[in-house]
Design a protein around this ligand. Structure first.
Ligand SMILES: [Zn+2]
Length: 224
């Protein structure tokens, strides 16, 4: 049994510990704090968060990030998506091996992590299923893209994550992902380059090791 003095010290230490901020990723701010942050930003740019048109803006902004733009951070959403993607069919063995399956023009919307501004574009995916490996239909590929684009991103990482997800979970002989992106942080601010398209690609397996496979993929996804 600790003495009264010791108990006091322990209590004070605990209080001190509790006041210590948790690491950033562990301490989720409250709704009120997040809404206040939006009001602060509105005041910072010179507007009045108490005027009528802006009164509900903080809660709308939170909702948009929670339900859509930042949905990729939601564990339940990620679990549901992953289960749905991987619950799909397996190859039935009739597929010719080394047959490249390509899907072009999957649309995505994401937010650049440098400015939190939107960027959008298309994703082209090509993969060669392994015998007995998993085949992903269009709707599943869309889910993969959605899962990784609904968060703060850079286009290069988005490209890698889509390629790695397919590579790890479907174990194809090869996979290639090509993403085109229109970044509003480039088109509406700074250098204001309206027509610039950023193109990134990620190649895995035979897409890397076999030049003819890579050439076939790039030929299939070439912009018409
Ligand atoms: Zn940016």
């Amino acid at each position: 049994m600790p003495t009264r003095y010791k108990r006091k010290v322990i209590l004070q230490t605990l209080q001190k510990l509790n006041k210590l901020p948790l690491p950033y990723e562990l301490r989720k701010p409250s709704r009120a704090e997040a809404e206040e942050a939006v009001r602060t930003l509105i005041r910072f740019i010179g507007d009045d968060p108490t005027r009528e048109g802006l009164l509900s803006t903080p809660s709308r902004v939170l909702k948009a990030w929670e339900k859509d733009w930042g949905l990729g951070y939601d564990d339940t959403y990620r679990l549901t998506q992953t289960t749905s993607i991987l619950g799909g069919q397996f190859a039935d063995g009739r597929q010719t091996l080394s047959q490249l399956i390509a899907v072009q023009g999957i649309k995505y919307n994401s937010h650049c992590e440098h400015h939190m501004s939107p960027f959008h574009g298309t994703v082209d995916i090509g993969y060669i299923p392994r015998k007995g490996g998993r085949i992903l239909g269009l709707s599943k590929l869309v889910r993969v893209v959605d899962m990784f684009s609904k968060r703060l991103q850079v286009q290069e990482r988005l490209t890698d994550q889509v390629a790695d997800f397919i590579n790890v979970h479907c174990k194809p002989l090869g996979v290639g992902v090509l993403i085109r992106g229109y970044h509003t942080c480039m088109t509406t601010r700074g250098v204001k380059q309206h027509e610039v398209v950023a193109v990134t690609s990620a190649l895995r397996g035979e897409m890397l090791t076999k030049p003819e496979v890579r050439a076939e993929f790039l030929q299939l996804v070439r912009k018409k």
